[in-house]
Design a protein around this ligand. Structure first.
Ligand code: ZN
Length: 206
């Protein structure tokens, strides 16, 4: 059994039946790794901006690696109380950057962190330790509901992301990411937190 883990920004991953389109993709200069499965399908890792890496682990190595990653936000283990504890452990760090820290919580990316913070009416510039239990409960709810809605919509196709059936459609439900106005028609501010573009509403988020 092989285990893969990929790190990447701005990448495209596709698993497709071998066909003409696949042959074309293999010719592209940024196609880095193609894994061929016994059923004839292929997984190709495209690293368009060359920021990514692909690692191969044995089962034991993988178990060690997984210990470094925080809980899955849609798992039963991820309770409001656990989120509160995790944020308290990073007291002085920026809240949004902490939500995106994979060693704290697994799998919350830039779009979903800022969308959940808007929905929870919390200012992304605050520190992780400043969030009280009442706010943590709202944040926990909107982290989970935003991720669930995004998964149901097949993700957000804002740059080059796509999945097996094509593009995701969650971008149609985005409230703030890359927007000029929030759903309540207030002008949005764009700031950079932890190197990532962050849209927020100074009227709605406190
Ligand atoms: Zn607003």
């Amino acid at each position: 059994m092989l285990h893969f883990r990929s790190y990447a920004q701005k990448t495209e991953q596709k698993k497709e039946k071998r066909n003409e389109q696949m042959t074309e993709q293999r010719k592209t200069p940024h196609a880095k790794i193609t894994v061929r499965f016994n059923d004839g399908s292929e997984l190709t890792f495209h690293d368009i901006r060359k920021f990514g890496s692909f690692q191969l682990f044995s089962r034991n190595e993988l178990l060690q690696e997984l210990k470094k990653i925080g809980p899955e936000p849609l798992s039963e283990k991820f309770t409001p109380h656990l989120l509160f504890q995790l944020l308290q452990q990073k007291k002085n760090a920026n809240l949004k950057t902490t939500l995106m820290d994979q060693s704290v919580i697994a799998g919350i990316g830039n779009i979903y962190a800022q969308e959940a913070l808007y929905r929870a009416k919390i200012d992304p510039k605050r520190t992780a330790g400043s969030i009280n239990l009442h706010e943590v409960k709202k944040l926990h709810f909107y982290l989970q509901s935003t991720l669930q809605k995004a998964i149901a919509a097949g993700g957000s196709t804002v740059d080059n992301y796509s999945h097996l059936e094509g593009a995701g459609s969650f971008q149609q439900q985005l409230a703030v990411y890359q927007k000029d106005f929030c759903p309540k028609k207030h002008s949005l501010q764009r700031i950079v937190l932890g190197g990532r573009g962050t849209w927020w509403c100074k009227e709605c988020q406190k």
